[in-house]
Every structure is written in structure tokens, then in C-alpha cells.
Design a binder for this molecule. Structure first.
Ligand SMILES: *[C@@H]1O[C@H](CO)[C@@H](O)[C@H](O)[C@H]1NC(C)=O
Length: 319
């Protein structure tokens, strides 16, 4: 076995966008701008909700958690990608690569669970309004959010520990801008069948499970809303879940697209564009969807902006 002395790869190179050297500065600027906006937008959501007592409800508690998640999710990918675009040294150690893969999988799973929990929260609020307060009390909220994070990080542990056991003997060039599952598995010299099967099974269970919970909740929600006699009442009930529904549709839309993409489209650029959609674009959209579509958040935002303005005015009086 050891007589051939197969070399063992300990670092990878992320090819990323290096095939477009002429676009280097444009790509860097665009991604830098989007990343800054994503972080600023999601932090704004967290701060606004924390500071406005009107928004201290389960729905907004889960929303701050989702914003926190989006910050982690995009920060796991984009800073390294930006530095890779800018510098010639695009190498990444085996450990860093596996860590990135682990966080990518864990945070993605957490997002599935959290979106499911948020749909269930809307289901209770709309279909069982009288029992909602007692069913979705503070303790339950904290437990549900904490278990989403915990199960996300535990579920990915098995697959990633299997991947860390694989042998890599070169080539070491990853045709992607981060350490995603498929591109990493492709480089292994070991038999990846078991690892691939287990990772695929976990991913399918998590995705299908949370998707069913979400779809089930919305079927109940919509049938309840349709039974509300007044159109004003219908609109009011619907407006509380439209933002979440939009986020859900974008998230699962991207996921389904990734799974059922035609094999002919499995070409080089396509995978990357799809990956950009859920690592860069979706985390940016969340805060905008919630602030633009949601009257309560808009009101809180205006109030906060007003407070800053008043404080500044007072400060200028004091000067
Ligand atoms: C998210 O949920 C966890 C677990 O319940 C909680 O400890 C944390 O404070 C929440 N984060 C935010 C930003 O709301």
C-alpha cells in the first residue's frame, strides 16, 4: 500500500473566478458591495427588532435568529472568496476547507429548520389564535430556535467526519469558489460511495422534512384564511405571513433548482451562478423583503430613524 508512496494532498486551491481575470476588479467591487449591504441590512433588522417592544413577538424573535444565521452563512463564504479574487494565493488548507464545508452544511440545515419553525409559528398564530400565546410562549420560542441550531450542527457532523477520513492524493484544484460537497468529493482518491450516500440521505431528510412542515403549515394557513368572511380580515391575516412565504419560496426554489437541474446544464458557469444565488443573494434579500413588505418593521425603522435625527438635533443644540 505505502510502497507506491502516493502523495497526500494537504492544501487545496480554489479556482473560483480565476478564469475571468479581466473581471477581477468588477467582481471584487460587486461582491464587496453586496456583502457590506447584507451585513448592514441584517444587523439593522436585529437592532430594530431588539429595540422596539412592539416587535417582541415570536415571529420577530425567529426573524432576528434568521438574520443572525444569514450573517454567519454569508460570512462563511464571501470574505474568503473576496480575498481569493484579489490575491494570487488561492490555497486553502485541508482543515479550513473541511471547516468551511461543515459550517456551510450546518448553517444550511439550520436555515431549513428555522424556516420550518417560522412556518409552524404562523400556522399556530393564524389557525389557533386563541391558544397561540400559551402554545408559543417565550420558553418554547427559545427552545425551538436553539434546537434548530443544535440539530443543524449535529446533523452535518456525521457526513463531514466521514469526509475528513477520505484520502486526497491530488489533483488539488477545486473548480468552485468555496469548499462545497461535490467539488471536494470529486478530488478524493478514496471510494466516496458511502460518504456520498450518507450525506445525500441526511440532506434529503432535512430538506424534505422541513419542506413538508412548511408546505403543511401553509396549506392549513391558506385554507383558514380563505374561510375568513371579510376581505379585510383575509388581507390582514395574509399580510403577516407574506414576507415569510416570499423568503421560503426563494430558499426552496434555489434548493429545488440545485437538485433537479438538468444534467446538460451541469456545465461550469451554471453551478457557480446557482451557488452565488444562495450564498450571496438570498442572505441579502431577507432584510429587504421584511422591511419593504412589512408594515410593523417599516414603522419601527421610521421611528428609529426619527430618534437618530432627534438625537443629532439635540446634540447640535448642545454644541
Ligand atoms: C437566537 O436563538 C438563540 C437560541 O434560542 C438565542 O440564544 C439567541 O439570542 C437568538 N439570537 C438572536 C439574535 O435573536
Amino acid at each position: 500500500m505505502g510502497s507506491e508512496n502516493q502523495s497526500t494532498v494537504t492544501t487545496f486551491v480554489l479556482l473560483g473566478f480565476s478564469i475571468y481575470p479581466e473581471l477581477k476588479s468588477v467582481l471584487f467591487l460587486v461582491f464587496c458591495l453586496v456583502y457590506t449591504l447584507t451585513i448592514a441590512g441584517n444587523i439593522t433588522i436585529i437592532v430594530i427588532i431588539k429595540n422596539d417592544p412592539h416587535l417582541h413577538t415570536p415571529m420577530y424573535f425567529f426573524l432576528t435568529n434568521l438574520s443572525l444565521l444569514e450573517i454567519c452563512y454569508t460570512s462563511n463564504i464571501v470574505p474568503k472568496m473576496l480575498s481569493d479574487i484579489l490575491t494570487e494565493n488561492r490555497s486553502v488548507s485541508m482543515l479550513a476547507c473541511i471547516t468551511q464545508l461543515y459550517f456551510f452544511g450546518s448553517l444550511g440545515s439550520t436555515e431549513c429548520f428555522l424556516l420550518g419553525v417560522m412556518a409552524y409559528d404562523r400556522y399556530l398564530a393564524i389557525c389557533h389564535p386563541l391558544r397561540y400565546r400559551s402554545l408559543m410562549n417565550n420558553k418554547v420560542c427559545v427552545h425551538l430556535a436553539a434546537s434548530s441550531w443544535l440539530s443543524g450542527f449535529l446533523a452535518t457532523l456525521i457526513a463531514v467526519s466521514l469526509i475528513s477520513q477520505l484520502h486526497f492524493c491530488g489533483p488539488n484544484k477545486i473548480k468552485h469558489f468555496f469548499c462545497d460537497l461535490q467539488p471536494v468529493l470529486k478530488l478524493s482518491c478514496s471510494d466516496t460511495f458511502i460518504t456520498e450516500t450518507i450525506a445525500g440521505t441526511f440532506a434529503s431528510i432535512i430538506l424534505l422534512g422541513s419542506c413538508l412542515l412548511t408546505v403543511g403549515s401553509y396549506v392549513q394557513i391558506i385554507s383558514t384564511i380563505l374561510r375568513i368572511p371579510s376581505s379585510e380580515g383575509r388581507q390582514k391575516a395574509f399580510s403577516t405571513c407574506i414576507s415569510h412565504l416570499t423568503v421560503v419560496i426563494i430558499f426552496y426554489g434555489a434548493m429545488i433548482f440545485m437538485y433537479v437541474k438538468p444534467t446538460t446544464a451541469n456545465s461550469f458557469g451554471f453551478n457557480k451562478i446557482l451557488a452565488l444565488l444562495y450564498t450571496v443573494v438570498t442572505p441579502l434579500l431577507n432584510p429587504f423583503i421584511y422591511t419593504l413588505r412589512n408594515k410593523d418593521v417599516k414603522k419601527a425603522l421610521r421611528k428609529a430613524a426619527g430618534n437618530i435625527w432627534i438625537t443629532e438635533k439635540n446634540a447640535s443644540f448642545l454644541r
